[in-house]
Each structure stands twice: as structure tokens, then as C-alpha cells.
Design a protein. Structure first.
Length: 367
């Protein structure tokens, strides 16, 4: 195992003191440590491409090499600025990438991670990015050498970190009770009030797993679900694409981190969606499933924002009274509607994961 402090100190010795990225379950010890100690020089980005762009801007301003962290699934989001701006044959901008390696061939993982895990090294090699697999302190020496060469040659360098490599770190301080409504109470009410033909497309992370769990726990069969086991930030587009060619009521159940990752997609929905499309934002102000880091969504006026994005009606649920008052109104409203639900950052323990994804897809497709 590797101490987070040892890794951070190595980066600082190489004058890399600006950190940005998207939280990841493999790297939660790393990002949590940064959030506790480097508030002015650590920016949690909305997506990996933005993180790379922030790093590029930092280098242009200071001449210092930034550190950018992400899960390997987010490497795809980062490819555009990595290739078209930072690449050696374009602007030749040095960057340090810390990549959480889900789906590593050595470690059993979920289907959506196994696919990306097998090709992660190939992607880095294709981009001519030198990398080190960090598994112990001895690997840090090689990584340190690669960083120094990257600084000298003005190139991108990376390390891959597998699940369980980083030593446990004290949890990041979060406002656990920023909002009061229990998410299970809301989701149970939502599922119980659905029409039989309603379709739910739910975002990756805990949202999909909780919906699946609560259906089984309370024996709720109303409607059908498509669980976004990957593709963070794309649930709204999948829901929009489905709704445009269907008469079924279509509900996107999204999280605040996912909402912010690809905000432009919500504008697309607000512009092109039919009245059968509905959007639910579960806002707990945290990256819930990857370490509880803040999304900074608590100071956004979602009513003004949603209406400027094209939604005709806005609903807010922040307590049980609001839930009783607004859930049926929202579901029966014939206007293009946006619902913000302010929920506690509480988790259901030992949530199951969607397993037979082809069966889930086939059930969803049944009319």
C-alpha cells in the first residue's frame, strides 16, 4: 500500500502544487486529503475535460506542472483537450495525470468497468503518454523519474492506481445534514406514484442502485427502469432520446454531480423535449458514491436556472410536507417540468449492484 501523504509529497517536490479533478472511488483517499489541506489550490472540476483545461491554464500562468486526477472511465472526457491542446505535437504542455484504474485485469470489477479497464493502458500508449502502475512505494521512484522527464520534455505523464492501493485516510469533512429529507422516503413515494407505463432513466452511482433496491424491498412494480451503470452526466440525454420517440412518460432521475458534469445536455432537453419528459434532480451537494466531496450545488438557484434552460414548471421538495403536496402534482403536470429534491447525504448500507444488464435492458424495452 501507498500512503497518500507520500504521493502528495512526491508531487510537491516536483513543484506540482495545483490539483484538480473529478472524485473517484479508487482515489477518494487522495482527493479527500487534498480537500482537507489545500482548499485554495484544489478545485473539484465538473468533468475531466474541464480539469485538464484548468491544468493547462495553470501551466500557462505559472509554468508549473499541475496534477489532474480522475477515474479511467473519465479519461474519455479528457481526451479532447489532452489531444488537441496539451499533446506534444500541438502545444506540448506538461501535465501529471493520477488515474483510478477500475476494471484492472488483476481485480474483479463490474461489467461497465471491465471494458474500460482492459483498454486503459492501450489508450495511454496510443497517446504516447508514459505511465507507471503504482502498487507500492518502490513504484514511486519510477513515477518520480517519469515526472522529471515530463517536465524536461514538456509532455504528459500518468500513473494508474488500483482499488485498495492507497492507505485509508481520515474522511473529508462534509455537511452531512445540509438537507433534511431522507432519500429513501422520496424514492419510495416516487415509485409508488408512477403510472404502469412510465419509464425511469436513472443516473450512475447510488441513484440507480437505490431505485433497484427499493423496488425489491417494497415490491413496487409500477413503471420500468433503465439503470445508467456508467456514463456519468449522460442520463438526461438518454432519457430525452427515449422520450422523443415514445408516448410514455419518461423521467430522468439525476444527481447534482451528474447534472453539473454535462449541463449543456439539460439545455438540450429544455429546448427539444416533449411534455412526456420530466427531470428530477436529487441534490445532496455531494459526490455521494466516491467520497462525499462537495459538488458546490447548494448555492445554485435551480428554479431560475431550469426556467432559463427551457423548463416551463419548477417544483421543489425539501421535506415530507412538500413531498405530500408536490409529488403527484409534478407527475401529473402536462408541462415540461423540473423537480429539485433536497435530500440528506445518507446512504443505504450494502446496496446491491445491477448484475444482468442485458436482462435489465430487455425488461425496459417491453411495452
Amino acid at each position: 500500500m501507498i500512503k497518500v501523504s507520500t504521493l502528495i509529497n512526491l508531487l510537491k517536490k516536483n513543484e506540482s502544487t495545483f490539483f484538480t479533478g473529478v472524485p473517484d472511488s479508487v482515489l477518494k483517499e487522495f482527493s479527500s486529503s487534498l480537500q482537507n489541506k489545500n482548499k485554495k489550490k484544489h478545485i473539484i472540476a465538473t468533468n475531466e475535460g474541464s480539469a485538464v483545461a484548468l491544468g493547462i491554464g495553470h501551466y500557462l500562468s505559472t509554468g508549473k506542472v499541475p496534477t489532474i486526477y480522475m477515474q479511467n472511465s473519465g479519461l474519455s472526457n479528457a481526451l479532447n483537450p489532452l489531444i488537441s491542446i496539451a499533446h506534444k505535437k500541438v502545444y506540448s504542455i506538461p501535465l501529471i495525470l493520477i488515474i483510478g484504474w477500475r476494471g484492472s485485469p488483476r481485480i474483479k470489477d463490474e461489467p461497465q468497468h471491465n471494458v474500460k479497464g482492459k483498454i486503459t493502458q492501450k489508450i495511454l500508449k496510443l497517446l504516447n503518454i508514459k505511465y507507471t502502475i503504482l502498487r507500492s512505494d518502490s513504484d514511486l521512484k519510477k513515477f518520480n523519474t517519469q515526472i522529471k522527464l515530463a517536465k524536461k520534455n514538456k509532455s504528459v505523464v500518468a500513473c494508474l492506481i488500483e482499488q485498495g492501493t492507497l492507505e485509508k485516510h481520515k474522511k473529508v469533512k462534509t455537511k452531512k445534514n445540509l438537507y433534511k429529507l431522507n432519500k429513501e422516503i422520496f424514492l419510495k413515494s416516487l415509485l409508488q406514484n408512477l403510472k404502469n407505463k412510465t419509464k425511469i432513466i436513472s443516473s450512475t452511482g447510488y441513484n440507480s442502485r437505490e431505485i433497484m433496491y427499493l423496488r425489491e424491498k417494497y415490491h413496487i412494480n409500477n413503471g420500468k427502469d433503465f439503470y445508467m451503470v456508467g456514463g456519468m452526466g449522460h442520463a438526461s440525454s438518454v432519457a430525452l432520446g427515449y422520450s422523443l420517440s415514445s408516448k410514455n412518460q419518461t423521467i430522468c432521475v439525476d444527481g447534482d454531480g451528474s447534472f453539473l458534469m454535462h449541463l449543456g445536455s439539460i439545455k438540450t432537453a429544455g429546448t427539444f423535449a416533449n411534455k412526456n419528459f420530466k427531470y428530477i434532480l436529487l441534490n445532496n451537494n455531494t459526490h455521494d458514491s466516491v467520497g462525499d466531496q462537495s459538488t458546490y450545488a447548494n448555492n445554485i438557484d435551480f428554479e431560475k436556472l431550469s426556467k432559463s434552460l427551457g423548463f416551463k414548471k419548477f417544483y421543489l421538495i425539501k421535506n415530507k410536507n412538500d413531498l405530500v403536496k408536490n409529488i403527484k402534482k409534478f407527475l401529473s403536470d402536462n408541462n415540461l417540468s423540473f423537480l429539485e429534491v433536497k435530500v440528506e447525504n445518507n446512504k443505504i448500507k450494502k446496496l446491491p449492484r445491477p448484475k444482468d444488464l442485458i436482462e435489465i435492458k430487455n425488461k425496459f424495452l417491453k411495452k
